[in-house]
Design a protein around this ligand. Structure first.
Ligand code: NDP
Length: 323
């Protein structure tokens, strides 16, 4: 047997149970990974609450981890027992060990420790595709980043600054504003009331070519109002709840805007894209251009406390769970 955090029905943090589960066996094309650290992500909350539909019940939630390969299924040639690996985007991570398709894994560079590896894959690869592919951020651009002191947010601020962009970071407190500025945000705005006016002031009325919005319901319309004509709204998360249906005519009225609701799964669906995205992220970390802030650590069995901290906006940067 091994241990995992499972839900039997969607619910609050108390829905997560620390249970004995059968030890994993690798199927064809799979490996078993013994976790050293597991990444906490907002998507774990969406699966726990039922906003995202569980593939089956009971469900071991969690999308991201780092550890050591302990067993190989038939046909796996790219990995060996003992390899240090990391992954994002394979549900079932809240467990001491688990089986998963080898094609989801990348080797973790020797200089990146397991905690950092588990913290960075999902949030870091998300930041990568957002600044490189959803909208290729250019030197000299001014951009808006919501939840700028959060997991994805801190990485976005650093990466965009490294490219040469000016980041306007949006946060909910002065302490988070300070952290965002220490990580590359040139400007910070606390709360949403003055966001549009502040973006107007900072850009001299030009507004911005892209808004990275992970908040959803509470910020959607304010974010559209921050965009210059032909600007791109990258609505990549729903921390405050999903954006309700709206009239697409609004996009025309506000300046022929573009809107995308991107997902990491699409951007790394092909193995070559996964490897390239991870390598770009590893390179940024190696260069020191992006530092992964593991600001909270919880025991895996205390995942409920970690969810409460994340949902009540108490966390900054990344959080890991230790088995
Ligand atoms: P964060 O560390 O950013 O935590 C969420 C933050 O959202 C909070 O700290 C808080 O920052 C802000 N927030 C605003 N309103 C609320 C609210 N009502 N309840 C809770 N938090 C709120 O989490 P992650 O870095 O894990 O994820 C960030 C976002 O990115 C999430 O929305 C997630 O779904 C999304 N995401 C999307 C991906 C994709 O491919 N589409 C992949 C990965 C993440 P503050 O207090 O400063 O407002």
């Amino acid at each position: 047997m091994t241990k995992a955090i499972r839900i039997h029905a969607p619910g609050g943090p108390e829905a997560m149970k620390w249970e004995d589960v059968p030890a994993p066996e690798p199927g064809p094309g799979e490996v078993v990974v013994k976790h050293e650290a597991i990444g906490l992500n907002y998507i774990d909350v969406y699966f726990r609450t039922g906003l995202y539909k569980a593939p089956s019940m009971p469900l071991t939630i969690g999308m991201e981890g780092a550890g050591t390969v302990t067993a190989l299924g038939a046909g796996v040639s790219e990995f060996a027992v003992g390899d240090r690996v990391a992954y994002a985007g394979a549900i079932g991570a809240y467990a001491t060990e688990r089986a998963l398709p080898a094609e989801k894994l990348v080797k973790l560079p020797a200089e990146i420790d397991f905690k950092t590896g588990a913290a960075m894959m999902l949030q870091g690869m998300t930041a990568q595709y957002l600044v490189r592919r959803t909208h290729a951020v250019k030197p000299g651009e001014t951009i808006v980043v919501h939840a700028a002191a959060g997991g994805v947010g801190l990485i976005l601020c650093q990466w965009a600054k490294h490219i040469g962009a000016t980041v306007i970071g949006v946060v909910s407190s002065e302490a988070k504003a300070e952290l965002a500025r220490a990580n590359g945000a040139a400007h910070t705005v606390v709360g949403y009331d003055k966001l549009v006016a502040e973006v107007k002031r900072i850009t001299g009325g030009a507004m911005v070519p892209v808004v990275y919005d992970s908040i959803g319901k509470d910020t959607f319309h304010a974010s559209l109002d921050c965009l210059a004509p032909l600007g791109l709204m990258a609505s990549y998360g729903s921390a405050s709840g999903p954006v309700p249906p709206f009239d697409i005519g609004v996009l025309a009225a506000k300046g022929s805007l573009f809107l995308t609701r991107p997902s990491l799964a699409t951007y790394v669906a092909k193995r070559a894209d996964l490897v390239a995205t991870a390598n770009d992220l590893f390179e940024m970390v190696r260069l020191g251009a992006v530092k992964i802030a593991v600001n909270q650590t919880f025991a895996l069995k205390d995942a409920a406390a970690a969810h409460i901290a994340l949902e009540s906006r108490q966390t900054t940067g990344s959080t890991v769970l230790l088995p």
